[in-house]
Ligand binder design. Sequence first.
Ligand SMILES: Nc1ncnc2c1ncn2[C@@H]1O[C@H](COP(=O)(O)OP(=O)(O)OP(=O)(O)O)[C@@H](O)[C@H]1O
Length: 246
Amino acid sequence: MSALLEVSGVSVSFDGFKAINNLSFQIAEGELRAVIGPNGAGKTTFMDIVTGKTRPDEGRVIWGDKSISLLSMNEAQIAREGIGRKFQKPTVFEDQSVRENFLMALKKDRGFLAVLFYRPSKADLGRIDELAEEVGLATELGRLAGELSHGQKQWLEIGMLLAQEPRLLLVDEPAAGMTPEEREHTSSLLVAAAKTRAVVVVEHDMEFVRRLGCKVTVLHEGAVLAEGSLDHVTSNAQVIDVYLGR
Ligand SMILES: Nc1ncnc2c1ncn2[C@@H]1O[C@H](COP(=O)(O)OP(=O)(O)OP(=O)(O)O)[C@@H](O)[C@H]1O
């Protein structure tokens, strides 16, 4: 099966320090993948490279059925290609209702003022109901986003990204700062989201990764150290050494 995303021989240095070192790996269409690794392993830099925020010094990043190179594209072009990214901190419009936040995500190509004066179509409202249901905010649509809990804000932002219908969603440490119940809901939500698109989750919380029940890639010093099920990688002696700092 051909890959949706293929990272091949990618390296990037910051002031002579190799943050990503000949990194190669692939994500298949519709795959759910967890990426773990100790602090400084290069997880965020990997996402920065895929989304066009950081240009690698070497290597290839190939996307989709037409095998196009993402390296010649800017961040906006890559987002339009269908790669969505969820940063660690929620960035929702706190003074707008949950429904308005979803609406703005649906109408992202319109200006902010145009969205405010736009009367949503029945189809848009239907889509918002679906998205709210998908992320567990169906009863919160009329509330101000600023009033939501931290976990709910994260779900709203994930829903806003899903509104763009990405083929690949990159999610950075979604469980951070969440209650155990919120974490559980978030893992189910991501598993469900990955039924219709690829989702890559960077996460430190191993219980969370276990609930994702997917293939795990361990990064260390900017390269893949191990790959496989969580049980497989956590029984790998090199992985244990890296995590225990031996
Ligand atoms: N813009 C930059 N300038 C200089 N060094 C950087 C830059 N971005 C990342 N680094 C360095 O590259 C290495 C990899 O960082 P990165 O943030 O990708 O790791 P990470 O695996 O996401 O870590 P964490 O789990 O702590 O978020 C680190 O040593 C970091 O200090």
